[in-house]
Write a protein that binds this ligand. Structure first.
Ligand code: NAD
Length: 497
C-alpha cells in the first residue's frame, strides 16, 4: 500500500575491525512496519563472531592509537564522525525508516541531526575537561586523571536506534574507549550503515558491530571477559539479566530502562499548552518512547473537559505513511509489538476502563502495523494499563484532587524515569518537583533534553545516568598519582644499631 523508503541491501551483517564479521548464526528477517513486507536479512553473529569483535576492540585499545591520541586529535576525529553523518542524513534516515516505521520527516530533521550533534557535544565536552591536583602533604603532589576504561559493550533498543546508539558511541569514543555495538535485531539497518561509514574516519578496531538476538548475541557480548563496561538501553527485564551477567565479571553498567511516567495537569495550568504537551508526550515517536507521559493525571475540576478535548484531538491525528510529511503517527515497530499494544486495549476493557478513543487496528491502512491513537480512563492506578509500560500510542487517564494525591499516584509505580508537571502556580510546581520520585521532571514543557544534564531513572527505570559529566564518570577510570615534589626524608627501617 505504501512505498518503501529505500531498498536496503539484501543481507546485513556485523563488522569486525572493518571487515565483514564471521556471523555464524541463522538469518533473521527484517520487516518494513509500514507494509509488513520483509526488506532484508540480518546475519546473526554467534559467540565466536562476538569474541572476534571483542578481541578486535581489545587490540585497538591495548595496542592501537585511539586511547593515546591527544585531546585535540580526538576532537578532530569526532568532528569528522559528525560530518560523515551529516553528509548521509537522507540515506541514514531512509534506512532507519524502513526498519522502524518512524516518520521520515522526524528522522531527517531530528534523529539524524541529534546523532550528528552527539559527536559535536562530546567533542566540545572533552575540550573542557580538567584533572585535579592536591598538595596537602608537605613536599608531595597528588594528581587525579580520568583515563579510558577499555572495551565498551553498547547495547541499543529499536525505538530510536541511531539517535540513542550514537549517544553511547560518541561518549565512549570521546573518552578514549573502543566499542562493540549491538543494535536491536529488529532495527539493524541504519546503524550497520553508520558503523560502516565511520570506519573511514576511525582507526581499525575502534568501533565494531555485532548483530543478532538479545539472548544469543547480546548475552555473549555481555558475558565476554574482554568487555570492561556495558551501556544498555532497553527494557527493564532485559536490564536485570544484563546487570546480573555483568556483575559476574565485575563490570560497571549503566541501565536506561523503561518508564510509566506521570504527566500531571493542574487546573492552574495553561490548559491549551498542557493539552498540546500531553498529546506530544504520549504520541511522539509513534508512541514508542521510554519517556512517554503515558499516565495522564488531571485535576478533577477540569478532568472531563480536558479528557474530552484530548480524545477529540487524538481521534483527528493523521495515522499513515511514514514518508508522507503530513503523517503524525506511523506504524508500530513490529507485528508482535502491535499485538501486545492492542492486548492492552482488551485488558483495559476487562478491567473496567472507559475507552475515550481508539483501541483498534487501522485495518484500512493495509498490512502495516498501524493502530488508532488510544486513550482510556482507568478505574484506579492499580489497573494494568496504569502500571505496565505499554510503549505505544496509548494514554491512561486518572483524576486527582490535591497535589498530595497527585504525587502519591505519580510515585505509585515500579518505574521512575521522568515526570511532567503543568501548572502556573509556583508553590504547586515546587512542591511537585520535590516530591516526584523520577530522574527528570519537566515543568510546562514536553520532553526537552539538555545533554549536559544527567538523564536516567529512579527505581526500575535505570541505574546510572547519561549526559555530560555522568558519561565522563562512567566512561573513564580515575587514576591517582602521588609524587614527592621536594622528596622529604623517609623513615629508615633496618638502620637501628
Ligand atoms: P529490549 O530490552 O527487548 O532490547 C534492547 C536490546 O537488548 C536489544 O538490542 C536486544 O537485542 C538486547 N537484549 C535482549 N536480551 C538481551 C540479553 N539477555 N543480553 C544482552 N542483550 C539483550 O528492549 P526493546 O524492546 O528493544 O526497547 C524498548 C524498551 O527500551 C522499553 O522498555 C523502553 O522504555 C526502553 N528504552 C529506554 C530508554 C531510556 O533512556 N531509559 C530509551 C529508549 C528505550
Amino acid at each position: 500500500m505504501f512505498d518503501l523508503p529505500i531498498t536496503p541491501v539484501a543481507r546485513v551483517g556485523g563488522l569486525v575491525a572493518g571487515r565483514a564479521s564471521p556471523g555464524g548464526g541463522p538469518d533473521l528477517p527484517v520487516y518494513y512496519p509500514g507494509t509488513g513486507a520483509q526488506v532484508s536479512v540480518l546475519v546473526e553473529d554467534g559467540p565466536e563472531a562476538v569474541a572476534a569483535a571483542v578481541e578486535a576492540a581489545r587490540r585497538a585499545f591495548d595496542h592501537g592509537p585511539w586511547p593515546r591520541l591527544s585531546t585535540p586529535e580526538r576532537i578532530d576525529v569526532l568532528e569528522r564522525c559528525r560530518a560523515a553523518i551529516l553528509a548521509h542524513v537522507d540515506e541514514l534516515a531512509r534506512l532507519e525508516c524502513v526498519a522502524t516505521g518512524l516518520l521520515m520527516r522526524e528522522l531527517r530533521a531530528m534523529h539524524m541531526q541529534r546523532a550528528a550533534y552527539n559527536f559535536r557535544f562530546f567533542a566540545d565536552y572533552i575540550s573542557q575537561t580538567a584533572g585535579q591536583r592536591y598538595d596537602q602533604a608537605p613536599g608531595y603532589m597528588t594528581t587525579v586523571a580520568r583515563v579510558p576504561v577499555g572495551v565498551a559493550a553498547l547495547i541499543a533498543p529499536w525505538n530510536a536506534p541511531v539517535a540513542l546508539a550514537t549517544m553511547k558511541i560518541a561518549a565512549a569514543l570521546a573518552f578514549g574507549n573502543t566499542c562493540v555495538l549491538k543494535p536491536s535485531e529488529q532495527t539493524p539497518l541504519a546503524l550497520a550503515r553508520l558503523v560502516d561509514l565511520l570506519q573511514e574516519v576511525l582507526p581499525e578496531g575502534v568501533l565494531n558491530l555485532v548483530n543478532g538476538r538479545g539472548p544469543v548475541t547480546g548475552a555473549a557480548l555481555v558475558a565476554h571477559p574482554g568487555v570492561d563496561l556495558v551501556s544498555f538501553t532497553g527494557g527493564t527485564e532485559t536490564g536485570r539479566q544484563i546487570m546480573a551477567a555483568a556483575g559476574r565479571n565485575l563490570v560497571p553498567c549503566t541501565m536506561e530502562l523503561g518508564g510509566k511516567s506521570a504527566n500531571i495537569v493542574f487546573a492552574s495550568a495553561d490548559q491549551d499548552r498542557a493539552l498540546d504537551g500531553a498529546l506530544l508526550g504520549i504520541f511522539s515517536n509513534n508512541g514508542q518512547q521510554c519517556l512517554a507521559g503515558s499516565r495522564i493525571l488531571v485535576e478533577r475540576g477540569i478532568f472531563d473537559e480536558f479528557t474530552g478535548r484530548f480524545a477529540e484531538r487524538a481521534a483527528r491525528i493523521r495515522v499513515g505513511d511514514p514518508l508522507d510529511p503530513a503523517t503524525e503517527i506511523g506504524p508500530l515497530a513490529s507485528a508482535p509489538h502491535m499485538a501486545r499494544v492492542l492486548g492492552f486495549a482488551g485488558s483495559a476493557q476487562a478491567e473496567g476502563c472507559r475507552i475515550l478513543t481508539g483501541g483498534a487496528r487501522r485495518e484500512d491502512l493495509g498490512e502495516g502495523y498501524f493502530i488508532q491513537p488510544t486513550a482510556v480512563v482507568a478505574p484506579s492506578n492499580a489497573a494494568h494499563v496504569a502500571q505496565e509500560e505499554i510503549f505505544g500510542p496509548f494514554a491512561t487517564f486518572l483524576p486527582f484532587d490535591t497535589a498530595d494525591e497527585a504525587a502519591a499516584i505519580a510515585n505509585d509505580t515500579k518505574f521512575g524515569l521522568v515526570s511532567y508537571v503543568w501548572s502556573d502556580h509556583l508553590p504547586t510546581v515546587m512542591t511537585m518537583t520535590e516530591r516526584l520520585r523520577s530522574g527528570v521532571v519537566w515543568v510546562n514543557t514536553p520532553m526537552m533534553r539538555e545533554l549536559r544534564a544527567p538523564f536516567g531513572g529512579f527505581k526500575a527505570s535505570g541505574v546510572g545516568r547519561e549526559g555530560g559529566a555522568s558519561c565522563e564518570a562512567f566512561y573513564t577510570e580515575e587514576r591517582t598519582v602521588t609524587i614527592p615534589t621536594v622528596p622529604p626524608p623517609l623513615r629508615r627501617l633496618g638502620t637501628a644499631d
